[in-house]
Every structure is written in structure tokens, then in C-alpha cells.
Design a protein around this ligand. Structure first.
Ligand code: NAP
Ligand code: ZN
Length: 350
């Protein structure tokens, strides 16, 4: 029997969120039922429901930073038992057979990975996300949350954490490397903590100096603001790696100018519109301009274990179900410190 579960839904781009019920499928043999405790608010949730990236499937339950406790397992589940602390990120299924899936890059599945929301499951049902009290997910896409990290501050690791861990690892953040994180919001603040834990020398590049004290507390050794423009000259050819989390239009040539020869500028923020840059900015220094998409399941587990080992997690503001609209506006205004998480026990269907 399917179950009706309390959830926070949105019926159209303009409608406010409402508290109601969402249907969850019957438990299949390889499924895990998770009682969700907390769900993070990612800027991608906002881009999606405001249709900034294209049409959204309404009604929608967003949320792909999910932390909770296993409450039931299917007959063939081997990795989890009732009571385990677990998480779910941006993906809930993939073919499991293509080269990418086999190598743990399920995010690039040839059949097309199933997103946690605004996506269709392979059976045609619409996938609904984590602003809810329960979710059912095949065990391949369930992550183990180490005991050292409480669920409230673990939830944002499932998207913000992995989205920064992947490029920092791939592009060699570590001792002797100078790394800049552009934009200190949900993704950015995790980038500062993770890059510092990897041993890199971290600089934050923010719009203003207003969050300097926090940035330094998260592990940055330098903190700069772009508001007067002098930073681009002062930090010319300074960084082995810059990870940009901003979704607004940015002057990419100026950011490439701050990359050292042979270094990389990795974009993870997702602007609505096409971006421009001069090829000269790459060629004068053999620089790399690239992007990075979340991470597959093995590296997501590695990231969670890394965070536990280094005693890092998200810095959150916990909100109740009726505060989501206001929280979205604060994220858009860069006023979040540094990730909102919804306490899902506060959801009361109208
Ligand atoms: P967020 O919390 O809103 O953080 C973005 C930060 O960008 C803000 O805190 C702000 O930092 C800076 N910013 C905002 N407006 C700006 C502007 N006009 N000019 C310059 N800087 C500006 O968002 P998030 O949840 O971290 O997500 C960031 C982006 O990454 C979104 O586009 C999201 O969809 C995308 N994303 C991508 C992936 C992926 O796999 N690549 C995964 C998740 C999310 P300061 O206040 O410090 O300036
Ligand atoms: Zn996200």
C-alpha cells in the first residue's frame, strides 16, 4: 500500500508553500524507508520552483539535502537496518549498469539518473523530495551518516558538502595549494571548511566584508570583497584553484585573471543565462575553466566520512515548516547563515 506522508508542497511558481500530504510508493525489496528529521534548503530548490532553469513539475516537494533515520527496510536490503542514521542527496536512482554507474559516477548515468525531485522515476512516477516526514529510496542511493555528525548539521552535506568536496579533491586542494572560494553561502561555507580541512590555504571572495569573521572561523586565512574591484588586481595570478559558487552573471575574465598559470577556475553555481569569457584569459597561462556536478555515491560517502573525521559539518539556521517562503527570500538576498534546514517534525498538513 502506498502511504500518504506530511510534506511541504508548492502548486505553482507564484503560490506560497502549503503543508499537505505526498504519496510514497510501496516498499520494494531493495528499498529503505527513511523518517526524515531535517531537510536543507539549497539554492537549486529555489531556482527550480521559480522556474529559473525551465519548467517545473507542480505540485512539487523540493529538498535534496535529506537526513533521517531508517524506519523500515525491504527484504533484500543488506547495507542498512532500522535505526541507522542516513542521508539522501540529489539522486535517487540510476541504471546501475553503464560505465559511469559502475565506476561510481551515477550522476552521469547514460540512461539518465533520477533526480530527487522535479524528475520522473523509471516507473513513470514523479519523484518528490525531502521537505517531508518520510521518503522511500532504493538502498544504492542511501548514504550512511556517521555518528559524529548530528542529523541537523549533516543534511546540507548531501548537496552543499559533496558539490564542493568533488572539485576540491579533483583539482588537488591540499597543503601548499592556494584555493579561493567565491560566494560564501550554503555551498561556499562548506567549501571553506572542506578546503581548510584538506590543508589548503583558503581565501574567501565575497561581495562584501560582512561575513569576514565567520569565514576566518571556518578556516579561511584571507577574506576579500569584490565591491570596490581592486581585489582582481591585487590577487592577480594568485590561486591554484578557484571554486565559484555564485549563480549571478560574473566577469569571468577577471576571475580567470586571479588563477595562477596551469591553475583552474571551477564553476559550480548555475546562472540562468549563458556566460562569456575571452579565450585569451585561458591561453595566457594555460588555465582551465571547467564545471563540477555534485558527486556520485562512493565519493559522497567518502565526503561524509571525511567531514566526520575532521569534525566539520554545516552551520545552519533551523526553521519550521511555515518559514520556508521567508527563508527562500533570505537565501536569494544572500542573508542566510549559512544553510537553512527545515525541522520536518513541524509539518502539520492543513
Ligand atoms: P547561496 O546559499 O545563495 O549562496 C550563493 C552565494 O553567492 C551567496 O551567499 C553570495 O555570497 C553569492 N552571490 C549571490 N548573489 C551574488 C551576486 N549578484 N554577485 C556575486 N555574488 C553573489 O546558494 P547555494 O545553495 O550555495 O548554491 C549556489 C549555486 O550553486 C546555485 O546556483 C545552485 O543552484 C548551484 N548548485 C550547483 C550544484 C552543482 O552540482 N554544481 C549543486 C548545488 C547547487 P556572498 O554573500 O559571500 O557574496
Ligand atoms: Zn542542492
Amino acid at each position: 500500500m502506498t502511504t500518504q506522508v506530511p510534506a511541504i508542497l508548492k502548486d505553482s511558481a507564484d503560490a506560497p508553500f502549503r503543508q499537505g500530504l505526498v504519496e510514497r510508493r510501496d516498499l520494494r525489496p531493495d528499498d529503505v524507508r527513511i523518517d526524515i528529521a531535517y531537510a536543507g534548503i539549497c539554492h537549486s530548490d529555489i531556482h527550480t520552483v521559480r522556474e529559473e532553469w525551465g519548467p517545473c513539475i507542480f505540485p512539487i516537494v523540493t529538498g535534496h539535502e535529506i537526513a533521517g533515520v531508517v524506519s523500515e527496510i525491504g527484504s533484500e536490503v543488506t547495507k542498512f537496518k532500522v535505526g541507522d542514521h542516513v542521508g539522501v542527496g540529489c539522486l535517487v536512482d540510476s541504471c546501475g549498469e553503464c560505465d559511469y554507474c559502475v565506476k561510481g559516477s551515477e550522476n552521469f548515468c547514460e540512461k539518465g539518473a533520477v533526480g530527487t525531485y522535479n524528475s520522473k522515476n523509471y516507473d513513470g512516477e514523479i519523484a518528490q523530495g525531502g521537505y517531508s516526514q518520510q521518503i522511500i529510496v532504493t538502498e544504492r542511493f542511501v548514504l550512511r551518516i556517521p555518528d559524529a555528525i548530528s542529523l541537523e548539521v549533516a543534511a546540507p552535506l548531501l548537496c552543499a558538502g559533496i558539490t564542493l568536496y568533488t572539485p576540491l579533491k579533483r583539482w588537488g586542494a591540499g597543503p601548499g595549494k592556494k584555493v579561493a572560494i567565491v560566494g560564501m553561502g550554503g555551498l561556499g561555507h562548506m567549501g571553506v571548511k572542506i578546503a581548510a580541512a584538506m590543508g589548503a590555504d583558503v581565501t574567501v571572495i565575497s561581495q562584501t566584508m560582512s561575513k569576514e569573521e565567520d569565514g576566518r572561523a571556518f578556516g579561511a586565512v584571507d577574506y576579500r570583497a569584490t565591491e570596490d574591484g581592486s581585489v582582481f588586481k591585487e590577487l592577480r595570478n594568485s590561486f591554484d584553484l578557484i571554486v565559484c559558487t555564485v549563480s549571478a552573471d560574473l566577469p569571468l575574465d577577471k576571475y580567470l585573471g586571479m588563477v595562477k598559470p596551469f591553475g583552474a577556475l571551477v564553476l559550480v553555481g548555475l546562472p540562468e543565462k549563458p556566460q562569456n569569457f575571452q579565450v585569451f584569459s585561458l591561453i595566457m597561462g594555460d588555465k582551465v575553466l571547467t564545471g563540477s556536478n555534485i558527486g556520485g555515491i562512493p565519493i559522497t560517502q567518502e565526503m561524509l566520512d571525511f567531514c566526520a573525521e575532521h569534525d566539520i559539518a554545516a552551520t545552519v539556521e533551523t526553521i519550521s515548516a511555515d518559514e520556508v517562503d521567508a527563508a527562500y527570500d533570505r537565501v536569494v538576498a544572500s542573508k542566510v547563515r549559512y544553510r537553512f534546514v527545515i525541522d520536518t517534525s513541524t509539518i502539520t498538513p492543513e
